[in-house]
Design a protein around this ligand. Structure first.
Ligand code: ATP
Length: 387
């Protein structure tokens, strides 16, 4: 066992989910297991059936008893949630957002790394893109506070704010009217000092743990000119944490619109991007696209309790069951999981095996997503061979 590693057996909860979720998770499991065994570690999987099929059959989304059981696992691996048979939002809110909030997974980590022989839409000039989005994952516009009012809608003009979050609770009322009466929508956003400080500390530790270039710099993604209360507060709070606690880091703030403009002109321009929830969601998809696409973008939702590892892509119902899904994003999410458990050697082994496979395979053995002819299972098998 390595010094950081705490035990020789880990229990990992798995929600394979919908669409291509089960296909890509199957490959991620093989890889995670094989890599962990290199450090003498075994994995016990705890499978959960939640997702569209379970909801349609049982009319239940995610029971409290399962949440309590999952809370005792060492980590959670998730495939994808969402199906055309279920109204958008029901499963995403009931499973994904619920897990993030219940386990207070306040960090959404989304590395954007280009890989060998993976085409990128903007040429990288032979260089490697290696950036990471660190997105606050529990606040901002994603608190679920709001509704549609007025114009004879059934809702009253008053919304009760009644929320529990890790570290604080929020209580109050929002009372609004529009004259003349007409339908209107309100979605309230909130950033707290507690929330901004903790994500900033994580982003700073990440920047310091990376290469020289990032030791010098962390970028706060903001829009403090148009939304000074919400994003001015985020920017100022983040800046004060960096200046007080991490003075070796050079900190810059960039408005999210300008950032997107610069990114498409030069995808190598940034290292660590610290984002409020909304901008992080958008910017990390842009980064994923620039680095090579949905099939390789891995993600993690990290908290002080149960952390959850999932590919950035969704359930992709258009290709489910065809074998065309690329499992690399799920496999690399497994590597993030191993790293989170302190299994650094195993995590490195997965990442190296992915690189070796992509570097050494002829075109017809690459995933369908990159114009090749290898199915999800064949890609998984080819990477597994290289561990
Ligand atoms: P959601 O709405 O939950 O984000 P989605 O499946 O509609 O899910 P994405 O996951 O963003 O949307 O995927 C968009 C498209 O990209 C899919 O329809 C599919 O064609 C392609 N895609 C996504 N993931 C993969 C993958 N792992 N391998 C190959 N193609 C993929």
């Amino acid at each position: 066992m390595s010094a950081q590693q705490e035990k020789d057996k880990y229990r990992i909860a798995v929600i394979a989910g919908d669409g291509i979720g089960p296909e890509v998770i199957e490959e991620a499991r093989h890889m995670t297991e094989a890599a962990a065994s290199l450090e003498g570690v075994s994995i016990e999987w705890m499978d959960y059936p939640f997702g569209a099929a379970y909801y349609l059959e049982k009319n239940e989304i995610l029971p409290e008893s399962a949440l309590a059981e999952m809370g005792k696992a060492d980590a959670l691996l998730l495939g994808a949630i969402g199906s055309p048979q279920v109204k958008p939002g029901i499963l995403e809110r009931g499973i994904l957002l619920k897990l993030r909030f219940v386990f207070d997974q306040y960090i959404n980590l989304r590395p954007a790394k280009s890989l060998p022989n993976v085409p990128t839409p903007v040429p990288l000039g032979g260089k490697t893109m290696d950036s990471v989005v660190i997105r606050e994952n529990t606040e901002d516009l994603y608190m679920g506070l709001g509704g549609i009012y007025g114009g004879g809608c059934e809702n009253s003009f008053e919304t009760s704010l009644d929320l529990e979050r890790g570290g604080y609770s929020l209580r109050g009322k929002l009372s609004l009217s529009v004259s003349p009466d007409m339908p209107f929508a309100v979605q309230a956003a909130l950033n707290t000092r507690h929330g901004v400080e903790r994500i900033t500390r994580y982003a700073c530790r990440t920047a310091i743990g990376r290469g020289e270039r990032d030791k010098e710099r962390i970028t706060i993604v903001t829009k403090s000119n148009a939304a000074p209360a919400l994003y001015g507060f985020f920017e100022d709070t983040a800046r004060s944490v960096i200046e007080e606690k991490y003075p070796s880091l050079k900190c810059e703030a960039v408005n999210v619109d300008a950032l997107c403009y610069h990114l498409v002109r030069d995808p190598l321009a940034y290292g660590v991007l610290l984002c409020p929830n909304l901008f992080g969601d958008i910017v990390s998809d842009l980064q994923a696209g620039l680095a090579g696409g949905m099939g390789t973008a891995a993600g993690a939702n990290i908290g002080d309790g149960l952390s959850m590892f999932e590919p950035v892509h969704g359930s992709a119902p258009d290709i489910a069951g065809t074998g065309h899904a690329n499992p690399i994003a799920a496999i690399l999410s497994g590597a993030l999981l191993l790293r989170h458990l302190g299994l650094k050697k195993s995590a490195d082994a997965v990442e190296k095996a992915v690189n070796k496979y992509l570097e050494s395979s002829p075109k017809n053995e690459l995933p369908f997503e990159f114009g090749g002819g290898f199915s999800c299972r064949e890609v998984g098998g080819a990477i597994l061979k290289r561990i």
